[in-house]
Design a protein around this ligand. Sequence first.
Ligand code: NAP
Length: 237
Amino acid sequence: MVPSGSSGKCAVITGASRGIGFAAAQRFLSAGYRVINLSRSPVDLAGMTNIQADLSAPDWARTAEQPLLDAVGDAETLALVHNSAFNIPAPVQAVQAADFRHAFEVGVIAPSVLNQLLLERMRPGSSIIYIGSTLSQRSTKGMAAYTSVKHALLGLMRATCQDLAGKGVHTCCVCPGFTDTEMLRAYGGEALTHLAGLSTQNRLIAPTEIAEVIFFGAANPVVNGAALNADLGFIEP
Ligand SMILES: NC(=O)c1ccc[n+]([C@@H]2O[C@H](COP(=O)([O-])OP(=O)(O)OC[C@H]3O[C@@H](n4cnc5c(N)ncnc54)[C@H](OP(=O)(O)O)[C@@H]3O)[C@@H](O)[C@H]2O)c1
């Protein structure tokens, strides 16, 4: 049963506790959406509902399903943003099977499960936005699991576009370049300067810039099926 009293526009964002997801939450809130965050750590942001979920845990969907459906309610349109992911720097020769599975659980399987939980609540005008990476379409040394997850996510977006044809629900994959978040800062100062220098604008991307592209994707059905590169332009070697 769909609870009443919770209509209007709604965004469900995984990993809105920090970084790109947090910036996306702020962007949707500024446009009058209710925002629901699914992550392990809650965040205090007016207008945001936190549902604690470790998307790598086997039973996360069983625990989160009812609170999520209650919070979504009878939304007039729903934007579902698959943003949670983490980086496992390891090459093909050394990547551990357990790490590979963990990365796929959070980065690919959880989006698929969430789609199935929420599709019934997605009225025409709703959207499913996948957060890929430049590594959805290329690779670099030492990023075997991350590259695989991000390629798979682009594939899932393309499958979503085909399977939801005629439903009025659109999808796209936003592919950020080097963005100034905790994930990237883990590489340390010198590496960050190097990474910034790989862009034609010699700087890192602000999370708010990616949030703007995510919001654009959600608001514009014409992008259905597209990979939206948001990387400031890489300098070709
Ligand atoms: N930063 C970049 O340069 C860059 C470039 C290309 C693509 N991206 C992509 O952009 C997205 C956001 O990245 P970011 O840079 O903002 O990273 P971040 O600052 O590290 O944030 C990652 C988010 O994912 C959530 N998350 C991680 N593991 C989770 C789990 N097991 N269950 C639930 N949530 C989990 C975290 O929430 P909790 O820790 O609270 O659970 C956090 O909110 C990712 O998909 C990333 O691959 C980033």
